[in-house]
Design a protein around this ligand. Structure first.
Ligand code: XMP
Length: 418
């Protein structure tokens, strides 16, 4: 924990801001919401321009909830709807223009387009609101792991993009949480009197559902047969079937991002055995970094086909519906505080039902998100809650074939799949 001396934090903000204006983007997550509140407590209200951009990758009802929560805390939040603008946005990577976001499958390019589009929309907002640039500072809720992991190449955080580096160089970014970890931000939020539902909200990535909808136009098949055979030979038995999925997900190896296969286990949910396998498989097979358990019928073969998937409103709605099922049940069972984060991921494996996708639930426990472990059903969460999620997703979300549970610690598997 860092020293949360609010007065000195405020003093520092006043020193950096002076009599300039501050533009603060509120995503609805803990960091930016606490930051907005801190700014309102520190500066005079007319200095602060707080804006929420709905990029279309939010959860069900989330944009509305953010607005309501900040309104009731007495803040004036402007909301900008920019769903189509994001889906059609491009950016320049290595001197070349990318395709529009709705045609991009590479996660890092998705992040870059989203990050750069945020900056561009910010510029438009500045023009529309007639903001004097030379007199305005950008405030961001960037926390220490965002910077550390971006530097290490583990991820590229949108708060830490090249455009932001430029602003930092010119001293035009205010980042009062840059040495904080999540618990510090929550503690500060409490000290500032924000409601517990907001302060203890699970983290949700800035690019939101865009990085939880795994996009691919073709199956990933690099060394597929060799890897699948090794997996089956070493780890399959009468009780547990093991198969390779024809997709790649991100993981960490030697502190670097690494894209590798996910393996799927099926059979009876004997969690002790399954979690042991989930530890052993990535250690023993180099290009597998993630292991999931599939609910329902045992499978002894996975087709190499995938359902070609890009960021579209329909695909996002499908994921949003599954995410809502999971989150409603987490709330019902009061699990949102004991479990650190529960990414719900759409992946384009149809398991024999043409055109379908599948859903992964990734309940994760961690102190700082640098490392962490998967939730163990029956210990960290009731099996009944999990069963309810699985059954409800398959029954109520159209086009979903199967649901899997992520069993992978970090490392080797990151929290998110992209
Ligand atoms: P990983 O997947 O790297 O995630 O283990 C660690 C934490 O970071 C969040 N995350 C992001 N947050 N923009 C964000 O604002 C991003 O691009 C991003 N990628 C990962 C993730 O949700 C988890 O809390």
């Amino acid at each position: 924990m860092v020293n949360l001396d609010i007065e000195s934090i405020k003093k520092n903000i006043r020193r950096v801001v002076g009599d300039k204006k501050v533009l603060c983007y509120v995503s609805g997550g803990v960091d930016s919401t606490v930051l907005a509140k801190l700014l309102y407590e520190t500066l005079s209200p007319e200095q602060i321009i707080a804006v929420h951009i709905n990029h279309g990758f939010m959860r069900a009802g989330e944009s509305h909830d953010v607005q309501k929560a900040l309104d009731s805390a007495g803040m004036n939040l402007r909301v900008v709807h920019a769903v189509d603008r994001f889906l059609n946005a491009t950016t320049t990577v290595d001197g070349r223009e990318t395709p529009p976001l709705k045609k991009v499958t590479d996660p890092q390019i998705k992040r870059q387009i989203i990050g750069d589009t945020f900056m561009r929309i910010q510029q438009l907002i500045e023009q529309e609101l007639d903001i004097d640039l030379s007199n305005t500072i950008l405030a961001q809720g960037t926390i220490a792991p965002d910077i550390i992991e971006t530097k290490a190449g583990v991820k590229t955080h949108h708060n830490d993009s090249p455009a932001v580096h430029e602003l930092r160089k010119r001293g035009e970014v205010l980042e009062p949480f840059s040495e904080f970890y999540k618990p510090d931000v929550r503690k500060l939020g409490e000290l500032l009197g924000l409601p517990k539902e907001i302060v203890h909200r699970q983290p949700f990535p800035g690019p939101g559902l865009a990085i939880r909808l795994i996009c691919a136009e073709e199956p990933f098949l690099e060394n597929f047969d060799e890897t699948n055979s090794a997996l089956k030979m070493r780890f399959e038995n009468n009780d547990v079937f093991a198969n390779l999925l024809p997709i790649k997900t991100v993981g960490v190896k030697d502190n670097k991002r690494s894209y590798s296969y996910a393996a799927v286990l099926s059979g009876q949910p004997n969690w002790r055995i399954l979690f042991k396998l989930a530890q052993e498989i990535p250690k023993s097979i180099n290009n597998i970094n993630r292991v999931v358990y599939i609910f329902g019928e045992k499978i002894n073969h996975v087709d190499r086909e995938i359902t070609p998937t890009l960021l579209s409103k329909e695909n996002l709605s499908q994921l949003r519906a599954a995410d809502k099922v999971v989150n409603d049940i987490l709330t019902k069972y009061d699990l949102t505080r004991t479990i650190s984060q529960v990414p719900v991921i759409s992946f384009p494996v149809p398991f024999g039902q043409i055109g379908n996708r599948s859903i992964c639930i990734r309940p994760f426990i961690t102190k700082d998100f640098m490392t962490g472990r998967p939730v163990v059903p029956g210990e960290d969460m009731p099996e009944a809650a999990l069963d309810e999620m699985v059954n409800k997703i398959v029954a109520e979300v159209p086009g979903i074939s199967r649901v899997v549970l992520d069993l992978t610690p970090k490392p080797p598997g990151t929290t998110e799949w992209e």
